[in-house]
Unconditional design. Structure first.
Length: 224
């Protein structure tokens, strides 16, 4: 349904990604950030689904073409740990936001796992954003403090998550509220990565559909 595109980063370098456009013109935009596996078929499918929901959607490829197979968590961890999160957010992700915003559209940011953490960093560091939705990912405070978040933010988290733990979610929510930020958190009795349809061991269709509806409603409310 979508297509591979090249777009400019703020520093003038080229970046690549997967783009899927809504049927109508002048649609709002959503930038979609990958899990630690890379720009997988699952993420491209979510980009297509956002397009069907009425958004121009773009997933920047933060790993430059590398997609790690789902059984190889060690390789995924190596790729994620070698990524410069701040540069990726301020250059590749911001470039994707600017690409979707070029016709004056409002643009939101969403991401899953690693991409959830990038979403929160982007919510603090990308001035062109209007709203964000993070799925089971929170960055360390040195990357983005709750007090630095500048846009309305929604979060979807798993109660059986040993990476983005319930304790981390509680602490983040408390800090966001203490800083007076516009934040709503939803918790699901599911495993980390419950939205990923390609991973049968963790996918929870009921939780995924509930989260999807909440996320798209949130974006429609804030992006138009």
């Amino acid at each position: 349904m979508g297509t591979n595109v090249t777009f400019k980063r703020p520093d003038g370098k080229d970046a690549t990604g997967y783009l899927s456009n809504a049927a109508r013109g002048n649609a709002p935009g959503v930038v979609v950030i990958q899990e630690w596996w890379g720009l997988s078929e699952n993420i491209m499918g979510l980009v297509d689904r956002f397009a069907l929901a009425g958004f121009d959607a773009l997933a920047p490829d933060l790993y430059d073409g590398i997609v790690v197979p789902y059984h190889d968590a060690d390789a995924a961890g190596k790729e994620m740990n070698s990524l410069n999160f701040i540069e990726a957010t301020e250059q590749n992700v911001r470039g994707a936001v600017q690409y979707l915003k070029r016709n004056g559209a409002k643009v939101g940011l969403t991401g899953f796992c690693m991409g959830g953490a990038v979403t929160i960093i982007g919510a603090a560091k990308i001035p062109e954003l209007t709203a964000g939705v993070a799925f089971y990912g929170i960055p360390p405070e040195q990357a983005a403090k709750p007090a630095d978040v500048k846009i309305p933010l929604q979060g979807h988290f798993a109660n059986k998550d040993d990476w983005c733990t319930p304790q981390a979610v509680d602490a983040f929510e408390t800090a966001m509220k203490a800083a007076g930020k516009d934040f709503e958190a939803f918790r699901y009795d599911a495993d980390h990565a419950f939205v990923n349809e390609e991973r049968a061991a963790v996918h929870d269709r009921q939780a995924a559909e509930l989260a999807w509806g909440r996320a798209t409603d949130f974006f429609k409310k804030h992006l138009g």
